[in-house]
Design a binder for this molecule. Sequence first.
Ligand code: ZN
Ligand code: ZN
Length: 255
Amino acid sequence: MKTTQIPSPMPFPSPKNALAAAFNFLLPPLCPCCNGAVGENGGLCSECWKQINFINEPICAICGAPFDLPVAKGTLCAACIAEKPLFEKARSAVLYDEGSKKLILEFKHSDKIQAAPMMAEWMARAGADLWSDIDWIVPVPLHRWRLLARRYNQAALLAAQLGKLSCRPVAQNGIRRLRATQSQGHMNKKERHENLRGAFAVDQKWEQRLAGKNILIVDDVMTTGATISEAACALQKIGVCKVYALTFARVRKGD
Ligand SMILES: [Zn+2]
Ligand SMILES: [Zn+2]
């Protein structure tokens, strides 16, 4: 459903507001998920919004996996008890499900990058208890040929927005992908770890600046945690202090 957007009259519009209003008049803002009309650029329409499932407490104190039943704060999930992850803590804004999948796929493949500020805001909130400890933000890299095909790295866009929101510096290209890895869509946890082993390294230019610092790895989706673990491993090789992770969505364990 598309309606014509009529900019509301403003007696003394600032140049910025006037420009935004003129722009909205020419190109009415659309929902980045379904292309329906919305009031503001970058926001979701009410239908798409209803389908987003935000991750709330109770969550695993380390990996951020949501629990189905109430548990005491500080409780760890079975996976984190069995093997402590390479990162201190990971947090995600929303569950990866039908509602968020559409938004993420549009963001990834259809140039709907206007959703980045909204997505980053949700992420910043989900990572609220991490920020006081973070020195640098580093996105998970996309391999060059995929970057060419896609024109942008969605993790890098989210990292840039998070840098603005948190006033933390962003080491874009701080981690490099050493080789192309296979698409992981249908791989299990073990296969993903094998696929990614040794795939990342910290760029030499960044080694000195990142060493001894607390780093936040940013990605769009956390599935088994294999990508985050591999990136954390690369950072630990150059002697960073602590590694944290923040993703927009995460797959519920067992999905
Ligand atoms: Zn929508
Ligand atoms: Zn956990």
